[in-house]
Design a protein around this ligand. Structure first.
Ligand code: M7G
Length: 329
């Protein structure tokens, strides 16, 4: 029997494990007793027959990495060679950002989420180029003094165009059909990292309406009702829409974030993909932040204003040089 026919005789029983971050799925099922595979040299491998029943089998399927030599062939306008991506569907588009589902073969009907997710930034700034370039990361310790002398001035010079996508969402110009909850305080919608289909990698974003909250550093006791409302509404929405129970979400805040308009990351707690930016130092659990603000309230200290934050900075980050120099002085 050829290998494909053998595989087609697999009887699926259930999914043992879903690992969207590894692009891998593990299936449990059975092969008929006559199970065998033909090796490249023509010899046959056979399942050991313990019983006359079907043979229990585990199959792990993992998407392979893209071969670097294919990089030029994903899309092209001149060559006659077939492209790797054969069809695409726009998921969403806001300002300079667009994200699409792409199919590598004409099998659209099998897979609502596509074979690949394609993110486009156009026109991309220098900041985008460094953000997506591999680079060495160095830990820096941001004291309240360094925040005042280095980080705050950096945030103040941030071009408003960088957060135009946020303004467009908040003003109702973009992604309105995707909005899951909206109040006078914040808006909740799918994050562009999500394919909108895979529940185990569900990813939402809550964006505060108040542009004065630039980051975690600006949070005060008075913001606790906002933070608690984000937590509550996120749970309500995912329960109603996707049946996910309390405890199924991880909510966190990045420091430093890429965009200095306050937002909370909300993802399926089971998903720990590296792309989600959960490095110790960068990600701060929303629950912990609420607790910190409440616990220190009695002392009258605005704790986040007074803390020293330690985080990694890539050497191409706009804060890298000024922070390293300021720390050395
Ligand atoms: P961040 O912590 O500032 O930076 O998070 P990060 O990108 O390094 O995590 C910003 C979040 O906003 C990220 O999770 C992005 O995927 C998400 N995001 C960025 N843009 C440009 C958009 C957009 O246009 N629409 C939506 N829905 N999400 C976006």
């Amino acid at each position: 029997m050829d290998v494909l026919s053998t595989l087609n005789s697999f009887k699926f029983e259930r999914t043992l494990n879903e690992e969207p971050e590894k692009k891998r799925i593990t299936l449990l099922g059975t092969f008929p007793v006559s199970w065998s595979l033909t090796r490249p040299d023509g010899t046959e491998t056979r399942g050991i027959e313990y019983t006359s029943k079907n043979l229990r089998a585990i199959i792990r399927i993992e998407k392979t990495a893209f071969a670097p030599e294919l990089a030029k062939l994903f899309f092209h306008s001149e060559s006659e060679r077939p492209t790797i991506v054969t069809s695409v569907k726009l998921i969403q588009s806001t300002d300079i950002y667009s994200w699409l589902a792409g199919w590598l073969s004409p099998s659209e009907e099998h897979q609502r989420q596509g074979d690949v997710k394609i993110d486009i930034i156009c026109p991309a700034t220098d900041d985008h180029v460094w953000k997506y370039s591999p680079q060495k990361s160095t830990l820096v310790r941001e004291t309240p003094e360094l925040y005042a002398s280095v980080v705050r001035p950096y945030i103040n010079t941030f071009p408003p165009a960088r957060t135009r996508w946020v303004t467009k969402i908040l003003s109702g110009e973009a992604e309105q059909e995707a909005v899951l909850f909206s109040s006078s305080e914040f808006i909740l919608l799918p994050d562009m990292k999500w394919d909108l289909h895979t529940i185990s990698s569900l990813y939402l974003i809550a964006i505060a309406r108040d542009p004065a909250i630039h980051s975690l550093r600006d949070l005060r006791l008075g913001h606790v009702p906002l933070l608690k409302s984000i937590r509550k509404e996120a749970y309500r929405v995912v329960q109603e829409k996707w049946g996910l129970p309390t405890g199924s979400l991880r909510m966190w805040i990045h420091y430093q974030p890429s965009y200095y308009h306050f937002h909370v990351h909300i993802a399926n707690a089971g998903y720990e993909g590296p792309a989600f930016g959960m490095a110790v130092g960068q990600a701060h659990l929303l629950d912990d932040v609420i607790s910190l603000l409440e616990t220190t309230a009695a002392s009258g200290i605005d704790i986040l204003e007074h803390m020293t934050f330690t985080y990694g900075l890539g050497e191409q980050h706009g804060l890298y040089r000024p922070m390293i120099e300021a720390q050395g002085s």
